[in-house]
Design a protein around this ligand. Structure first.
Ligand code: NAD
Length: 285
């Protein structure tokens, strides 16, 4: 089985961005800048945000983390987003989800300026994306497509199944695979006999958010399996995905591990999107 190494591919994506960052710095005297808003003290979110900052800095991009306490009101959060919208030195804005329960993520998505929407989550970005007119695409699904291209895995004509229908992963993943000429079925929590669908697929993208839910018996021989899920086995425990990766070694054609698969690709795509937004705003594209 071919292990699809997201760490390696993400490194290549970052290397390809570095000259663009250098050129931007030369022309504008500053680096493309990602602002991340983090509300509350969710441990996993703090780790994700720190990793995004490290990745930015590894290629000379700048990144600021705006930490806000759990007690932050909707108005305070909206004001912070407006401040970043208006800051000419900020190119990309990302509000780390999940938010504390009293805050409305829908409202947050209405606040972010579409021209700074590095995660492609605002309703304007989503509309452009589903109409096939977006410059930046949702980070995780686009990262998966970059990885497939890197390994020369052609999607055209394949039967693909996407497990999950969230706005952030499942739906845009299905759209990108459709755009790449796969024949796509979307499965979800109300799908009956899920494995009847997954077992027929040449390519399965699993984004159900259920630890180790699918294994060898759920895939056909020589399937390509992309695991988006990410879970921690208790505090400080090992990371795992939605798929029992170890069962696939003599069975799948190719699969992504967790960690080191889709996760690094998501971050690399976020950097790519921020760079693109910076270049667009500066008139370089
Ligand atoms: P979500 O909870 O918003 O959506 C999960 C989807 O899975 C839903 O559409 C639901 O219908 C479906 N689902 C749930 N249980 C199912 C079941 N038993 N059978 C079939 N479908 C089922 O989650 P999300 O934001 O789309 O994220 C999914 C997973 O991916 C989570 O584990 C999340 O942490 C992870 N994630 C990873 C990255 C990354 O970069 N690796 C990025 C985003 C999300």
């Amino acid at each position: 089985m071919l292990v699809l190494n997201g760490k390696e591919v993400a490194k290549e994506v970052r290397s390809s961005l570095a000259p663009r960052v250098t050129r931007f710095m030369k022309e504008f005297g500053r680096a493309p800048h990602l602002a991340v808003v983090l509300v509350g003290d969710d441990g996993a979110s703090h780790v994700y945000v720190k990793n995004k900052k490290i990745a930015c800095e590894s290629i000379g991009m700048s990144s600021t983390i705006h930490n806000m306490p759990t007690s932050t009101t909707q108005q305070e959060l909206d004001d912070k987003i407006q401040e970043l919208n208006q800051d000419p030195a900020v190119d990309g804005i990302l509000v780390q989800f999940p938010l504390p329960k009293h805050l409305n993520s829908d409202e947050v998505l209405r606040q972010i300026a579409p021209g700074k929407d590095a995660d492609s989550l605002t309703y304007e970005s989503m509309g452009l994306f589903f109409a096939g007119r977006a410059d930046v695409k949702p980070c995780t699904p686009e990262g998966v497509m970059t990885m497939l291209r890197h390994y020369g895995i052609a999607v055209e004509g394949k039967r693909a199944v996407v497990v999950g229908r969230s706005n952030i992963v499942g739906k845009p993943m299905a759209q990108l695979l459709t755009d790449a000429n796969a024949t796509v079925t979307v499965c979800h929590s109300r799908t009956k006999n899920l494995s009847e669908f997954t077992r027929q697929a040449d390519l399965v993208v699993v984004a159900a958010g259920k630890a180790r839910m699918l294994g060898k018996e759920d895939f056909k021989k020589d399937a390509i399996v992309i695991d988006v899920g990410i879970h921690r086995d208790g505090p400080g425990g090992k990371l795992c995905g939605d798929v029992r990766f170890e069962e696939l070694t003599q069975w799948a054609q190719a699969a992504t591990p967790v960690p080191g698969g889709v996760g690094p690709m998501t971050i690399a795509t976020l950097l790519q999107n921020t760079c693109l937004l910076a270049e667009k705003r500066a008139g370089l594209r």
